[in-house]
Design a protein around this ligand. Structure first.
Ligand SMILES: Nc1ncnc2c1ncn2[C@@H]1O[C@H](COP(=O)(O)OP(=O)(O)OP(=O)(O)O)[C@@H](O)[C@H]1O
Ligand SMILES: Nc1nc2c(ncn2[C@@H]2O[C@H](COP(=O)(O)O)[C@@H](O)[C@H]2O)c(=O)[nH]1
Length: 204
């Protein structure tokens, strides 16, 4: 059986650039990974595709997913629910693929509790003013929602200490380079090599 893939949890405040950095990694083929598509009750933004960016569902369906134990974690974030379907994540990891979760800090804390072997990366803005500007320039939320997200960001930045790595997204190229270095190092961490060795011996 294949060695298990790495669970990569990329978290950080809304607007810091998680999606942009993830897309740059994919576009430039920096390293291979499978993306965990989240479920949400928010409405799709222009250009977002159901099943690719998110599974866009009703609140009724989301609550059913919670009750059926379909989610690894979920959170209510500024008026909407977001959650990670557990089955595809486990399947992709078991197949030996690295899996990337792009989730908020509350969700990341819950994943840490369930899957402590994950690699937890906090993407941070150079400063809060820059974060505010990025959310404004993105033009996907009203000023009201942006203010809610900035208020949330002030709290979120304080939990950076619970992460394994902090990466400043000053430029996308820098952030991508740092994340690549982290993933490369994690692949050869002694803990991971020993875990895989033990698995190999058990299967022998
Ligand atoms: N390094 C950067 N320099 C300048 N602008 C950036 C940088 N990274 C991202 N941006 C811009 O900031 C905005 C927010 O980025 P993005 O949507 O990727 O954030 P996010 O963290 O995924 O947000 P959310 O959590 O709300 O989905 C986008 O308009 C993006 O183009
Ligand atoms: N706890 C979770 N948070 C998630 C998940 N998917 C996305 N997110 C985070 O929600 C906010 C808002 O996202 P947006 O797409 O509306 O801008 C952002 O911080 C995302 O990272 C999830 O499955 N679980």
């Amino acid at each position: 059986m294949a060695n298990k893939g790495l669970l990569l949890v990329l978290s950080g405040p809304s607007g810091v650039g998680k999606g942009t950095v993830k897309s740059a990694i994919v576009k430039n083929k920096v390293f291979p990974f499978e993306y965990s598509v989240s479920m949400t009750t928010r409405k799709p933004r222009p250009g977002e595709v159901n099943g690719k960016d998110y599974y866009f569902v009703t609140e009724k369906r989301f609550k059913e997913a919670i009750n059926q134990g379909e989610l690894l974690e979920y959170n209510r974030y500024v008026k909407h629910y977001y959650g990670t379907p557990v089955a595809p994540v486990k399947k992709m990891l078991d197949a030996g693929n690295d899996v990337l979760l792009e989730i908020d800090v509350n969700g990341a804390r819950k994943v840490r509790g369930k899957m402590p072997d994950g690699v937890f990366i906090f993407l941070t803005p150079p400063d809060l003013h820059t974060l505010h500007l990025r959310l404004e320039h993105r033009r996907t939320e009203s000023e009201d929602v942006i203010m809610g997200r900035i208020r949330q960001a002030r709290k979120e930045i304080l939990v950076m200490q619970d992460y394994d790595y902090a990466v400043v997204n000053d430029t996308v190229a820098n952030a991508v380079d740092h994340i690549k270095a982290i993933v490369d190092a994690e692949h050869v961490s002694v803990k991971r090599v020993i875990d895989n060795y033990r698995k190999m011996v058990r299967e022998d």
